[in-house]
Write a new protein. Structure first.
Length: 568
């Protein structure tokens, strides 16, 4: 009985503490007047190459569908936090790899691009690509083949010695998977992720030459030498255009040595640079937002790849996302209308349909395949609503995404202009202008819904800088056209110590995104005891003032040292 009482008291205390902490982000220690970290120290040279991982797909499915969700559901601290959810407590701890501004530093996982720096739309014409696919200066030498499955393919080497994986759409959908693979690759690259060099290409069968000694697996799984008849058999299973050319997606081999995929949970124990459990990395959690935008439903670990590459100081592991053919309303082997709406095995959805006895119609049933533009697949924006995305397999990083993780992704997403999206859609080389324009427009409409959802929960006051005697910020909701009309701001300024303690201050309404700091309530406080200025900002879009954003500025160096964000 005593133990039971103790557990009840422990639970009550945990809930009380969680609720007390709910309104704002947990502080990362005292305020420090120091430069903000913008590069992670995770590219130190390896003394030994990590072992190759080759997870079994069926085991991955079991983990994603049963063992990990069960473990996650029954986790005691998480159960306690869920009780505090009505009070604003996150169901999971916050990500841990941000700097003091809430940004993700450049690393072997992610590098800041459009979210922090100007990126002209023309940059998406090539993205990370150094070339427009394989050279046509000489026949492509076929050096490997994939003959199993619905979508065959092969590996080629071009005249310059570059190797590419050549993949195709299906006979019934020759355009959609190849277009989606390239469009999504360009967008994820611009967002900041490491991706391969993918390109839509066209070639004629006579441009292929089978290299000597190429082996393949036959229908029974046995290896044997590949023949020209085998190559013809592969090409017989894909569309030939009226002019005799074949459309494909080329993916250039990544530089370095592949060591298999990364897991979205845990760490590589044999990589000393991999110090943060992957489910607590902001860029992996927030990938959920970009996956929802693109309907990137197939985010299993097999669609990632770790490469040991040569850095300036020596070899280290870089982490890539790969294979984006199953996005934008299509799939490499076809598409099911519920993908992106439900996981493969979704007990809640199954029970809901059973209890509904056919009366309750799932949302995805109201989405129609675009018969006039088959290359657009199931990609649409009318039925779409933000934060309802479900990948085909449960993703442990996605499950733990916090509101602040979602805001961080939405901030990056809001930086994509309509012109960025038109350029990206053009790289898919859709066969008609109507489909290309539809895809760009739908990307924009889904972007707007996603950004409004997250900006309603975390105020998009960002990019605080000190300019003379003023602190200036940007309202990303207005700058990136997420909201229309006038917005009102109110601010509160006070001098604080390293523990963020200081005298109370009154709110002041302002009509611009700037405020002067040379006021008596600040200057009257000694710099020695109160070395920081705390600026709290709220915005009213027409209904009421929303959650606060707090910016801390050093009175000594004049630098912004920290930004904190409340959430609804």
């Amino acid at each position: 009985m005593g133990v039971f009482r103790f557990r009840c008291v422990e639970l009550l205390l945990t809930i009380t503490v969680a609720v007390a902490m709910a309104p704002s982000l947990v502080h990362a220690g005292q305020l420090v007047d120091a430069p903000v970290l913008w590069t992670a120290d995770d590219m130190r040279p390896l003394e030994e190459t990590p072992a190759e991982r080759d997870p079994i797909v069926h085991w991955t499915f079991y983990e994603a569908g049963f063992s990990r969700p069960t473990e996650y559901l029954l986790n005691f601290p998480r159960l306690v936090r869920r009780i505090g959810a009505p009070f604003g407590v996150e169901k999971d701890p916050e990500s841990v790899n941000m700097n003091r501004l809430g940004e993700v530093p450049n690393s072997s996982w992610f590098t800041n691009r459009i979210g922090l720096f100007p990126l002209p739309p023309s940059a998406l014409e090539l993205g990370p690509n150094e070339m427009r696919g394989p050279s046509h200066d000489a026949p492509w030498s076929v050096v490997g083949a994939k003959t199993q499955g619905v979508t065959p393919g092969f590996t080629i080497e071009d005249a310059n010695g570059n190797r590419f994986l050549i993949k195709f759409g299906t006979l019934t959908a020759p355009v959609a998977p190849t277009a989606a693979g390239v469009v999504s690759q360009r967008l994820l690259w611009a967002a900041g992720y490491w991706v391969p060099q993918d390109e839509v290409v066209h070639f004629r069968p006579e441009e292929l030459a089978l290299a000597e000694g190429v082996q393949m697996r036959d229908a029974s799984g046995h290896k044997r030498l590949m023949t020209s008849e085998d190559l013809e058999s592969i090409l017989d299973r894909v569309e030939h255009m009226p002019d005799g050319r074949i459309r494909a997606l080329s993916s250039r081999f990544l530089s370095g040595r592949p060591i298999g995929p990364f897991d979205y949970q845990g760490r590589r124990e044999d990589d000393p640079n991999d110090t943060i459990s992957h489910q607590y990395r902001r860029e992996l959690r927030a990938l959920n937002v970009f996956a929802e935008w693109l309907i990137h439903f197939d985010t299993k670990q097999q669609n990632t790849l770790d490469m040991v590459i040569e850095g300036p100081a020596g070899p280290y592991v870089r982490h890539y996302l790969i294979d984006f053919a199953s996005t934008l309303g299509t799939g490499a082997e076809g598409f099911a209308g519920n993908w992106g709406w439900e996981v493969s095995l979704d007990p809640a959805a199954i029970v809901g349909r059973a209890l509904g006895v056919g009366i309750a119609v799932p949302d995805y049933r109201q989405v129609q395949l675009n018969a006039e533009m088959p290359a657009a697949g199931w990609y649409e924006s009318e039925q779409f609503s933000a934060n309802g995305f479900r990948p085909m397999m449960q993703n442990p990083a996605f499950q733990r995404m916090s509101v602040r993780d979602g805001y961080w992704a939405a901030k990056i997403l809001s930086a994509f202009t309509d012109e960025h999206l038109r350029v990206a859609a053009a790289q898919g080389q859709y066969r008609d202008a109507a489909t290309r324009e539809y895809m760009a427009r739908t990307l924009a409409e889904r972007r707007d819904k996603i950004c409004e959802y997250w900006f309603d929960r975390v105020a998009p006051m960002d990019f605080f800088i000190v300019r003379g005697k003023e602190v200036v910020w940007q309202d990303l909701g207005l700058r990136n056209s997420v909201y229309e009309g006038a917005s009102a701001y109110r601010v509160r300024l006070r001098a604080v110590d390293a523990e963020r303690e200081g005298n109370d201050a009154d709110w002041t309404t302002v009509n611009r995104t700037a405020v002067r700091t040379d006021i008596s309530s600040i200057s009257d406080e000694p710099v020695g005891t109160h070395p920081f200025v705390e600026l709290t900002v709220q915005v009213d879009r027409g209904d009421s003032f929303g959650p606060s954003v707090r910016c801390y500025v050093s009175r000594v160096s004049g630098r912004v040292v920290e930004v904190q964000r409340d959430r609804r």
